[in-house]
Design a protein around this ligand. Structure first.
Ligand SMILES: [Zn+2]
Length: 412
């Protein structure tokens, strides 16, 4: 055990640097590592090495580091670790939740505050007026006017200004997709069970599947748009090494509760716009980051309150401790949550997903290098955008931000 009382940041830095170069880093890059090297982002550390690093750090400090403090903000580089754990204030998070499906519709009860037990990374719409008095029951009003209507099978019909709003949202993101080099795809209303099986969905979330109702049918309703895309590039080498597509589609998940106080917030059938990237790791992260930046700016423009937070990755069902900690360090899924009520209730309205090589392996998609392709998708659920927007800005177009009204006129 080291003597924690006398260990300075500089001493800890030196010890960590030596340990990292000698024990953790690949031989070829060891000498190039400095105290400022990004340990996780530059992939010096993997899921086994993270455990060694933590063990070494604990031994040097002479105390245990709680899991809650094992987050990227405290571990970005050796300099960060040394500063934070000797004389700084380590950032602590509560354990991230588990088990939501791709596309951002988790199991969590929507009736309570949205940030409980989660890591919230950025509040959005900070320039908007105070919400307390302003968050209205816009949705109730629109339901009464039948501009919104919940169907018995858990869909949401949008008419009039609600429909224009949805079209404005979608045309904006569709425009982004084209700017980012996406080609548009149109996918069928059903998806083969074999495809969902290959994707791992039928094993992970069998209870969420919505079937077509035709006896003996070997297909189901798609739970997300991107499952349609992987078979299009499966069992082959990806031409040009990358593929970016966008598509809008009806998606279905068996999660609707008609007796809920807010049945419109958790639908069984909804409209999803996805932008999907298949390629190398850099392509996937570039697309995801670019879209997160655009969404942040857009929310400010729309004066929409929400936040982006880290959600857990649905594929780590039997995660080892090392993988769990890596997931905490390098999030695979961010979720945009939009406020729907003054009490802090929010709905997941978009997700920014890095699937790593999950689908590349499952669908045998190879890069020209021979490596399995990485993939990622960014998914927007338009019903929830409409609901949050209408609750925050009211049911009447006159009180909506100009940017929406002018776009409406231009688009309709
Ligand atoms: Zn997706």
């Amino acid at each position: 055990m080291g003597d924690a009382s006398v260990l300075t940041a500089t001493e800890l830095e030196e010890r960590l640097l030596r340990f990292t170069r000698e024990r953790l880093a690949e031989r070829e890059v060891a000498d190039a590592i400095t105290v400022d090297t990004l340990l996780f982002e530059d992939r010096v550390i993997d899921s086994l090495k993270v455990l060694e690093l933590i063990a070494f750090l604990q031994s040097a400090l002479g105390r245990k580091i709680p899991d809650a403090q094992i987050v990227l903000a405290n571990f970005r580089s050796i300099a960060t670790i040394a500063r934070v754990f000797t004389n700084g204030e380590p950032i602590a998070i509560k354990r991230v939740r588990r088990g939501p499906a791709i596309g951002g519709r988790g199991k969590r009860e929507e009736g309570r505050a949205g940030t409980n037990g989660k890591r919230e990374i950025q509040r959005l719409g900070a320039n908007a007026a105070p919400l307390g008095a302003r968050l209205q029951s816009g949705v109730s009003e629109m339901l009464a006017r039948r501009e919104l209507e919940v169907t018995p099978d858990g869909g949401l019909i949008m008419r009039g200004s609600a429909a224009s709003l949805r079209d404005y949202f979608d045309s904006t993101v569709y425009g982004w997709a084209l700017e980012l080099g996406a080609t548009e795809e149109t996918f069928p209303a059903e998806i083969p069970l074999a495809t969902l099986g290959r994707a791992g969905f039928t094993t992970a979330f069998p209870e969420k599947l919505v079937f077509t109702g035709t006896p003996g049918d070997e297909s189901a309703r798609p739970p997300a748009v991107c499952y349609h895309h992987y078979p299009c590039v499966s069992d082959s080498t990806l031409e040009g090494g990358e593929s970016i597509v966008t598509a809008i589609g009806r998606c279905y998940r068996n999660e609707h509760d008609p007796n809920s106080v807010h049945p419109e917030e958790r639908l069984a059938a909804f409209t999803m716009r996805e932008i999907i990237a298949v390629g190398d790791v850099a392509l996937v992260e570039k697309l995801r980051n670019e879209l997160m930046v655009r969404v942040r700016l857009w929310l400010n423009e729309l004066s929409l309150r929400g936040h982006i937070e880290i959600a857990s990755d649905p594929f780590f069902t039997n995660e080892s401790r090392g993988r769990m900690l890596m997931q905490q360090m390098l999030p695979l899924k961010y979720e945009l949550r939009l406020r729907v009520d003054a009490d802090g209730r929010s709905v997941a309205a978009a997700s920014f997903n890095n699937h790593q090589q999950h689908f590349g392996r499952a669908f045998s998609i190879l890069l020209p290098s021979g490596e399995h392709a990485h993939s990622g998708c960014v998914a927007f659920g338009w019903e929830r955008w409409v609901i949050a927007f209408v609750n925050q800005h009211g049911p009447d177009e006159e009180s909506w931000p100009d940017v929406v009204r002018s776009k409406n006129v231009a688009n309709v």
